[in-house]
Design a protein around this ligand. Structure first.
Ligand SMILES: [Fe+2]
Length: 373
């Protein structure tokens, strides 16, 4: 839904020269509406860890864009549904846990773990009402390593075809995805458009300016810190600084000594990021969901390898929170800058911000109705 003067071809051509998407794309609810349909309903949306879905009846709820979803383990394996009752569209399941049936808390319509409607009080006296006509709406679900995704699009490529190679890249960091354990999970809110927040994630040009602690731990110089696009996902990687290993940093740091010397920051289209920092085996994920056109809501999960002590865990979590606060200050300011619409376009440095350009290209392609990759 571009302005008459701006075609998708024009926007994509401008991106090739480092000219950003228009400011309006960060404030206009009609753009968000398109993104919900063309991006989030056609992509893999991360829901939660496979480790929470191992026993019959285990379930995890979440969102695919603005659509509530539930993933459950039934006797056939993982199944996923739109988490909305066929009756009055109340949400069926809440949070996560284990259940033998999925019962809506509004009028007690009750579904089995395969999504079939088993019971609807008083429906026996309703003429022509058949329980089998109202199952929960099924959607696709796929586990990739320890991560479970859902997709509302029957025609989308498989998650493993989009993101499969990331498993080997993560393994090279020294993290064993088979043994990491969820330590904690939290929800958060951001005060900028979801794209502005992810675009900040996708470059480290700002790191030396805005992240003194991060830049003391990780070598962020452009000849050392790498950016790589892999189609459906992209990866940034940096080495721990020798001065940090020797305890000679000018700023106070968590203990970066450990098996993991390479830090990795992955972005999986459209809204999942995976972080690995130097030190003892650690991995965190963030999911970034639009909360209206000008705000973001999300959740984070922090994982650690076996035997990582709580002291390290807390100091790494504090490090991540500090970096996140510094980033929030940046993106809050960007959102203030976008609201007025002037200047309409920003100018990227195409050799430092190529992953941001690639992300904007994917958004523009998706909104134009073609595959983002
Ligand atoms: Fe940052």
């Amino acid at each position: 839904m571009t302005q008459p003067s701006e075609t998708y071809a024009d926007l994509l051509g401008a991106l090739d020269h480092g000219e950003s998407l228009p400011a309006r794309w960060y404030t206009d609810p009609s753009i968000l509406e398109q993104e919900m349909l063309q991006v989030f309903r056609k992509s893999w949306n991360y829901v939660g860890p496979a480790a929470e879905l191992t026993k019959l009846g285990d379930y995890v709820t979440g969102y695919a864009g603005n659509v509530p979803v539930v993933v459950v383990r039934n006797d056939k394996g993982l199944a996923a549904f739109v988490n909305v009752c066929r009756h009055r569209r109340h949400l069926v399941m809440k949070g996560r846990g284990n259940a033998t049936l999925m019962q809506c808390g509004y009028h007690a319509w009750t579904y089995d773990l395969a999504g079939g409607l088993r019971r609807a009080p008083r429906s026996a006296s309703e003429p022509g009402f058949r329980l089998e006509d109202f199952p929960l709406l099924p959607i696709r679900v796929e586990a990739l390593g320890p991560f479970v995704f859902v997709n509302l699009d029957a025609n989308a490529p498989a998650a493993k075809d989009c993101y499969g190679p990331i498993l080997d890249i993560i393994a090279k960091s020294g993290i064993d995805l088979a043994t990491i354990k969820l330590h904690s999970r939290n929800e958060w809110k951001g005060r900028a458009n979801w794209k502005a927040m992810l675009e900040n994630y996708l470059e480290c040009y700002h790191c030396a300016v805005a992240h003194p602690g991060f830049s003391a731990a990780i070598d962020v110089r452009p000849d050392v810190y790498t950016l790589a696009s892999h189609g459906w996902f992209s990866s940034q990687a940096g080495r721990v600084r020798p001065a940090a290993l020797e305890g000679k940093s000018k700023v106070e740091l968590y203990d970066v000594k450990g098996d993991v010397a390479e830090s990795q920051y992955h972005f999986l289209w459209p809204n999942l990021t995976i972080n690995i920092n130097p030190g003892f085996p650690n991995l965190s994920v963030d999911v970034w969901l639009p909360d209206g056109a000008t705000a973001t809501r999300g959740f984070s999960e922090q994982y650690f390898g076996p035997g990582v002590d709580e002291g390290f865990a807390q100091s790494l979590i504090a490090f991540n929170l500090q970096v996140a606060k510094e980033d929030d200050d940046l993106t809050d300011s960007v959102q203030h800058g976008l609201v007025g619409g002037l200047p309409d376009r920003g100018r990227f440095l195409i050799n430092s911000e190529q992953l941001v350009i690639q992300f904007q290209r994917m958004v523009a392609r998706a909104l134009s109705g073609v595959s983002p990759v």
